[in-house]
Design a protein around this ligand. Structure first.
Ligand SMILES: C/C(=C\CNc1ncnc2c1ncn2[C@@H]1O[C@H](COP(=O)(O)O)[C@@H](O)[C@H]1O)CO
Length: 254
């Protein structure tokens, strides 16, 4: 008889090697590392690493924006100011960890004494996390990384950007619209940049009945970095008051 962990083998079923022997044996094909069951484990480990890194984060805001905007431009400076204002208000700043507006927000946060976090993504070309990050991780899978932005931040701030930024914005808007996340402020910064999109949403989506009038309120648009923080703080104050009222109603009723 042979026990292999919880399994029992007898007679001819007894394997001629032990599990440990097979584990330690490097011979044999290695193509299983490219199979879906193995990928599932890799995905799992990415969730575990991400949760491990971020679960003790203080209140945080995710900031999105173009990877292509260069230092010394007005949008880069805007990103620095947004990161700084968030830090002054006590929020950690989480970005995609890359260059451009991500770097700008991390720079602003770090230089203002805040916690600066970067969640990078493996891309087909060489790229490392920007130098203004205190805590960072590089993900293999976009969808795992996206879960981290939503799970560990209390608001999204969206600076000027391209397809990647739009993807992040509309994912957030959909999560709020479908109540997958509740009471989650989404703030666009730069009326000149985002105004055309808002007009298109109103004229094409709203007027054709593809969104409801109150969906227009899911995303707010401002110009000043200070306004970004005011909106987030007000929203979080409202939530605290609401939870407090619910708690009082519960204790009075019992
Ligand atoms: C294109 C260049 C670098 C790309 N590096 C990125 N690193 C981290 N995160 C990225 C990167 N590119 C896109 N993202 C994510 O999408 C958003 C920006 O995309 P956009 O298309 O530039 O708007 C951003 O918020 C990231 O989360 C060249 O240096």
């Amino acid at each position: 008889m042979r026990n292999a962990g919880p399994l029992t083998y007898r007679g001819e079923s007894i394997p001629n090697t032990t599990t440990d022997q097979r584990l330690l044996d490097r011979r044999g094909p290695a193509d299983w590392v490219h199979t879906d069951p193995w990928r599932v484990l890799r995905i799992q480990s990415e969730f575990v690493e991400g949760f491990g890194l971020l679960s003790e984060l203080p209140s945080a805001v995710s900031v999105f924006g173009s990877a292509r905007i260069r230092p010394g431009t007005r949008y880069y400076d805007l990103g620095v100011q947004v990161g700084a204002k968030l830090a002054e208000a006590g929020y950690a700043t989480i970005t995609g960890g890359g260059p451009g507006m991500m770097e700008a927000a991390n720079k602003g946060a770090k230089e203002a004494g805040g916690l600066s976090v970067g969640l990078g993504i493996e891309l087909p070309f060489e790229q490392s996390l920007n130098p203004y990050i205190d805590m960072g991780m590089t993900f293999r899978y976009f969808f795992v990384r996206k879960t981290m932005f939503v799970k560990y931040s209390q608001a999204f701030v969206v600076l000027p950007g391209g397809f990647g930024t739009l993807d992040e914005l509309f994912e957030a808007a959909t999560l709020v619209q479908t109540n997958k996340v509740t009471r989650f402020p989404v703030v666009l910064v730069g009326t000149e940049f985002w105004g055309g999109m808002e007009k298109w949403i109103r004229e094409s989506l709203l007027e054709n009945g593809l969104i409801k009038p109150h969906d227009m309120e899911l995303v707010q648009m401002v110009d000043e970095p200070g306004e970004v923080v005011d909106i987030i703080k007000k929203s979080h104050l409202d939530i605290a008051r609401e939870l407090d009222a619910q708690e009082r109603a519960r204790t009075n009723g019992s």
